[in-house]
Design a protein around this ligand. Structure first.
Ligand SMILES: CC(C)(COP(=O)(O)OP(=O)(O)OC[C@H]1O[C@@H](n2cnc3c(N)ncnc32)[C@H](O)[C@@H]1OP(=O)(O)O)[C@@H](O)C(=O)NCCC(=O)NCCS
Length: 168
């Protein structure tokens, strides 16, 4: 029998290259055809292992989905960056590698981040997603999020709409 060990844990030094790989694969999968190609390549190139090593060293709130020592996804979160919106916390990013999507890990990562936010006093939080990212929109709606704000986001010369989901 083959046993599978799946854990959600805080990122640690040594994870950076694997998180960068998940970021690369998930962003290409999610945003190809939504974010203009050149901008997307720039955004991915900026987030290599060095960027992630610094994020881990800074002590950013960063969880990883550890699947038999493979990193299958990550979630980062902290204080809401838009004080005008009355939500204490924010999930900045929640991404799974494409082959791990659609089997319940997104919900588990979301709930782990939600719990850690609550443990740090942030009972309400928000999450931004691009309006064209239908998978994310469906997922956050299903998890009980309510659209509380729409705003434009520039990608080079082009503009896309993003939406904030609030969770109380
Ligand atoms: C969005 C994402 C995190 C969701 O994770 P996931 O593992 O695929 O989703 P889950 O399997 O945990 O689904 C959780 C629930 O949401 C529902 N759901 C998932 N996607 C949905 C969709 N597009 N529309 C409606 N419901 C959806 C599931 O049916 C499930 O419902 P249930 O738990 O009540 O049965 C993941 O698909 C992902 O990483 N996508 C690419 C990156 C991305 O877009 N990230 C968000 C950026 S803001």
């Amino acid at each position: 029998m083959v046993e599978t060990l799946v854990t959600i844990r805080t990122a640690r030094p040594g994870d950076e290259a694997k998180i960068a790989d998940v970021h690369d694969a998930a962003w290409r999968d999610a945003y190809r055809g939504i974010i203009p190609g050149r901008e997307l390549e720039r955004m991915i190139a900026r987030r290599g292992p060095v960027w992630w090593r610094n994020a881990i060293a800074r002590g950013s709130r960063l969880l990883v989905l550890d699947f038999n020592d493979r990193i299958a996804g990550y979630a980062s979160y902290g204080r809401n960056r838009v004080p005008a919106l009355a939500y204490g916390g924010e999930i900045f990013e929640l991404y799974l590698a494409p082959e791990f999507q659609g089997v319940g890990f997104g919900r588990r990562m979301f709930e782990a981040a939600q719990k850690d936010l609550a443990d740090h006093g942030y009972r309400s939080f928000l999450i931004w997603a691009l309006a064209d990212n239908t998978r994310a929109i469906g997922f956050y709606s299903r998890l009980g999020g309510r659209i509380i704000r729409r705003a434009p986001e520039k990608f080079g010369e082009e503009t896309r709409e993003r939406v904030a989901f609030g969770f109380d």
